[in-house]
Design a protein around this ligand. Sequence first.
Ligand SMILES: NC(=O)C1=CN([C@@H]2O[C@H](COP(=O)(O)OP(=O)(O)OC[C@H]3O[C@@H](n4cnc5c(N)ncnc54)[C@H](OP(=O)(O)O)[C@@H]3O)[C@@H](O)[C@H]2O)C=CC1
Ligand SMILES: O=C(O)C1=NCCCC1
Length: 322
Amino acid sequence: MDTLMYINENRVRELLDWDKVFEVTEKAMEAVARNRAIQNARSVTDLNQSNLLFVMPGRLNDNDNGALGCKIVSYFPQNTNLPPLMANIVLMDDATGALQAVIAATEITAWRTAAASAVATKYLHNENNKILAIIGAGAQAKIHAVCLSYFFKFEEVRVWNRNEERAMKLVAELNDDGKSKCRFTACGSVQSCVADADVLVTTTGADDTLLKLEWLKQDVHINAVGVSLNCREIDDEVYKASNVYIDHWEGARDELKHLLDIGIQFKGQIGDLICGSIKPPSEKSITIFESLGMAVEDCAMARMIYDLHVEKSNVTDKRVVK
Ligand SMILES: NC(=O)C1=CN([C@@H]2O[C@H](COP(=O)(O)OP(=O)(O)OC[C@H]3O[C@@H](n4cnc5c(N)ncnc54)[C@H](OP(=O)(O)O)[C@@H]3O)[C@@H](O)[C@H]2O)C=CC1
Ligand SMILES: O=C(O)C1=NCCCC1
């Protein structure tokens, strides 16, 4: 009987490591700028009641991390017993298109998204980062707190959430964890959370504006991670006063029309900064990484997890469908 190799979330978790995830994500972002990546704007299906289905196919042409894959993501924000966002990647043989494995990708999505923000922060604001502010307290908020405090020397990480109790629970968990030297605190307002922040992450996808220009430090770096059909968590005035970077042009043209409509001209892709084909702003200014998430980041992660899984479990038959 045919059997399918399924690498589940527990196994993926065992194989994830921040330094490797950062490296693989940075290379995938660079590959986009070097035209070694194929990915269209993804398909987003509106399932009503705020539920969304994302289909993200891509091919990354790279000796170490190259892969052909397609991630399917469901986002059901009202889920309580299950995560609101769940994902799986179908990994295929690059040369033939034959199925290789299905890889659980809920953790992969969280890790690579936070790693992409870390890469953007490295290229746009890798200096004197003392205060990190996070808007939201869901899966992305938590993983960004963990990832960014791993890569940068923050003294304080502040969290604001619509439901304040959830923010308090998250910071208690992060403080108890003791893995990071920094202090995690919950804030009662967005304004007090972002005041003096050097780096900021927005993770809500909210339709309403949460962030105002006058609350922000003049050279704050913002990783804008929230994605929804009508995401407006950052005020237009903030975008107009900022240098805005994206992860890929195809996605930006399709999903960021509301920013193009108000005259925002994206400075380029994070991969262009990595390649050196564009430079970060020379003057002090607010920078925004408008993160949509890329299929080729998932392809690279799927390749990494598959290779580690095969190597560490002595799988001799790499065929997946036997
Ligand atoms: N850029 C990328 O690559 C990726 C982006 N995303 C996006 O990141 C966002 C967060 O995902 P995830 O953490 O998994 O989701 P969760 O459901 O775990 O968390 C959602 C968070 O957003 C808050 N929120 C929702 N609606 C509002 C609102 N109207 N006003 C204020 N806060 C609100 C929730 O607050 P409360 O606790 O009060 O409900 C909660 O803190 C989503 O928009 C998702 O689409 C996800 C994966 C990858
Ligand atoms: O890149 C991703 O993966 C996602 N981005 C936006 C929200 C759903 C998943």
